[in-house]
Design a protein. Structure first.
Length: 506
């Protein structure tokens, strides 16, 4: 492939730095809440279920809308959608910061998800159009992927700093200056790109993908938290029905929201599956280790955030060299190796206890970061390079949906295991029923509720809660390890013969 003018577009690296800002913020917002949870619980007093919804609804809405927004960007222009989304993201962040009840907080997080869904697919699709040279594009995707992973791990550090100096709402207000820079610089530097012949935007498909995604994820969450129930069954049926209808509709539309034929490409399907499960392992782990460091090991928020930094360092380093390594060895060895590394690190955490030293935890986080950085970056590259440029937005949206769905499922499935095990812990004698009930909602709730008890009883209650939380964390790590090791084997077969573009079409 000859270098076109597009390959040498002036200012493309500066434009990339602006796009990366958007990704960083969306990823920070997905994890920053983990640290703010104890403070938020104290202020808004949500129930355990409301707390999980506050944590998850953002990722659910993003997952449900990404395909629709990727397709909308292909139609109206990706730059236009990105700038509109960035403005909305800033405005809705203010609503999050000043929410006064659990219900208001859940609605504000959902609206933030709608704005976030416009940002993510636009960034990856714009990279496809900014960088026409495959090697440059691999590096750009590496930087993009590294920032997505770094955001997930930097969230706790930034959150920790803010929580030690300000109130919990400040973790949302940091979005405002970043979004202002993105909009002002983006107007000048980012070139517009869209599908020249997009066809109409199909609203029934948008509704079906939203209902389908939220239904399925809600059902998994309910099932893991409370076991089989009528609610979970109905949500699963509604979700699966809507997704089946969505797929059938896409196959009959002349201009589908998502071209389902992309999934006939074995490399594309394998990459999407690997994406989803890498992030499932990473996000579930990071979310719960935040609470483990603070509520079990008694670290301050900033110290807890810094303790998770090895995951970011590993992910950023691996993301930057992933393209080169995948060309040198093979796509399948890098992706399968990355997944296996995350799986083995999670397996090590099955030996966790309250007094586990930091060297072991830090090393596990570093390995998880490196594995996720390699796997996620190479799969994003495979997904983008296996589709025509006009469909970049839709393909990016699939990659992003896998990312967000992985994050939501990681917190929902692994989180529900932790919560399920935690809720069964025996309360010491002499604890009033209302305090026991608050303590069983969450570990943060147990720490809060123990304040009303005599010192000896309070210590016994908190320590029983901590023990149960760690038991849950161990089981969740074991489940995560099994899923990731199985995915590593599947990726080895699915990505057989898959290559990254190398300066020439092949």
């Amino acid at each position: 492939m000859t270098h076109t003018e597009g390959a040498r577009r002036p200012g493309r690296w500066l434009a990339l730095s602006v796009l990366v800002l958007a990704v960083l913020l969306v990823a920070v917002d997905a994890t920053v809440l983990g640290l703010a949870t104890p403070f938020l619980s104290e202020d808004l007093e949500p129930t355990g279920t409301q707390l999980l919804w506050i944590g998850d609804v953002y990722s659910f809405v993003i997952a449900g809308l990404l395909v629709s927004m990727g397709s909308l960007g292909d139609r109206i222009g990706r730059k236009k959608l990105l700038l509109l989304g960035a403005t909305a993201f800033g405005a809705v962040s203010v609503l999050n910061a000043y929410a006064t009840s659990p219900g208001a907080m859940i609605v504000a997080r959902a609206l933030l998800g709608v704005a976030g869904a416009t940002l993510m697919p636009s960034t990856l699709a714009l990279i496809r159009n900014l960088f026409h040279d495959p090697r440059e594009r691999s590096l750009a995707i590496g930087i993009w992927g590294a920032m997505a992973s770094a955001g997930a791990a930097v969230g706790p550090v930034v959150g920790g700093f803010l929580l030690e100096h300000f109130w919990w709402g400040s973790v949302f207000l940091i979005n405002l200056p970043v979004m202002a820079v993105l909009v002002l610089v983006g107007i000048k530097l980012i070139p517009e790109s869209k599908n020249p012949d997009p066809g109409p935007w199909d609203l029934p498909s948008v509704a079906l993908s939203l209902v389908g995604m939220i239904g399925v994820v809600y059902a998994i969450k309910e099932l893991a938290s409370h076991g089989p129930s009528l609610d979970a069954g109905l949500a699963a049926l509604a979700g699966a029905g809507a997704l089946t209808w969505f797929v059938r509709r896409q196959l009959t539309l002349p201009a589908p929201l998502l071209d389902m034929r992309l999934f006939r490409h074995r490399g594309f399907s394998g990459a999407v599956l690997a994406d989803l499960l890498t992030i499932l392992g990473l996000s579930g782990l990071v979310f719960f280790l935040s609470q483990f460091f603070q509520l079990v090991q008694g670290r301050q928020p900033l110290e807890a955030g810094l303790a998770e930094l090895p995951a970011a360092v590993g992910a950023v380093t691996a993301g930057l060299v992933a393209g080169v390594v995948a060309r040198r060895f093979s796509v399948r060895s890098v992706v399968a190796g990355g997944l296996a590394a995350v799986g083995l690190a999670l397996a090590v955490l099955t030996g966790l206890d309250q007094h586990t030293g930091y060297p072991l935890l830090g090393s596990a986080l570093l390995v998880v970061g490196v594995g996720a950085g390699f796997s996620f970056t190479v799969t994003a590259d495979v997904i983008l390079s296996s589709v025509p440029k006009e469909q970049a937005g839709s393909a990016s949206a699939v990659s992003e949906t896998a990312y967000e769905l992985g994050a939501a499922l990681g917190i929902a499935v692994l989180g529900s295991i932790v919560t399920g095990v935690y809720r069964g812990f025996p309360v010491p004698a002499g604890v009033p029923a209302d305090v026991a009930s608050a303590a069983h909602e969450s570990l943060g709730g147990a720490v809060e509720a123990s304040g009303a008890l005599a010192p000896q009883t309070a210590t016994a209650l908190v320590s029983a809660g901590q023990e149960a939380f760690v038991d849950g964390l161990r089981i969740a790590a074991g489940v995560g390890a099994a899923v990731l090791l199985a995915t590593a084997v599947a990726a080895w077969f699915l990505l057989r013969g898959q290559k990254l573009e190398d300066g020439v079409e092949h």
